[in-house]
Design a protein around this ligand. Structure first.
Ligand code: MN3
Length: 207
């Protein structure tokens, strides 16, 4: 058994004009595909890891070498990212307990967006900014490279419910050095329906 590159949940041009088709094709078809291929190569002779789910590898990443960390992280993070975005307007609305929590912690959605964007702008080099649940509370946090907050090596360990890819391959063709324009575009296509579901799943698992 090996890991597979799942189909995108929408057409590669569906997120235009916010994320262009060519960027999506390269990002998904080349970058994400390479993480999957390299992960499979790295665990070729490791039957135990081949039978693990990707979450198990991520949560116990300190047992693995850097090649596996980078590529398992790359695979997990990108699957998570594609499912954090949507072209469908009816899925782009924040609601429920997550909406209430964001409003009560950050004061307003605008403030949350500003805090998240500020964090994403401050990531130096390649990495990710996340909205995580840590100690039962929402928190904005970042990781470098393809690290993920669920990794047992993470400085700020938590459950991610939203994440933005800040590698230049995610935006450079369309936005060049204007990372803030990409971050603003990202906010137009967030699949809040899925983010709320991730949040609710976590809350249910705690009860
Ligand atoms: Mn990427």
């Amino acid at each position: 058994m090996s890991f597979i590159l799942q189909a995108l949940p929408y057409d590669s041009s569906a997120l235009e004009p916010y994320i262009d088709k060519y960027t999506m094709e390269l990002h998904y078809g080349k970058h994400h595909n390479n993480y999957v291929a390299n992960l499979n190569k790295a665990i070729e002779n490791d039957k135990n890891s081949q039978n693990c789910c990707i979450e198990d590898i991520i949560c116990n990443i300190s047992k693995y070498d850097t090649i596996i960390k980078n590529n398992a992280g790359g695979h997990y993070n990108h699957t998570f990212f594609w499912n954090s975005l949507t072209p469908y307007k009816n899925k782009q609305k924040l609601y429920g307990n997550l909406k209430d929590d964001i409003n009560s912690i950050y004061g307003s959605f605008e403030n949350f967006k500003n805090e998240f964007s500020k964090n994403a702008l401050s990531v130096f080099g390649s990495g990710w900014t996340w909205l995580i649940i840590k100690d039962n509370k929402l928190k904005i946090s970042s990781t470098i490279n393809q690290d993920n907050p669920m990794m047992d090596l993470a400085k700020d360990r938590g459950i991610p419910i939203l994440g933005i890819d800040l590698w230049e391959h995610a935006y450079y063709l369309k936005y060049q050095n204007r990372r803030i324009d990409y971050i603003n575009a990202f906010f137009n296509i967030i699949n809040w329906d899925n983010i709320v579901k991730r949040f609710n799943e976590y809350c249910l698992s705690k009860n």
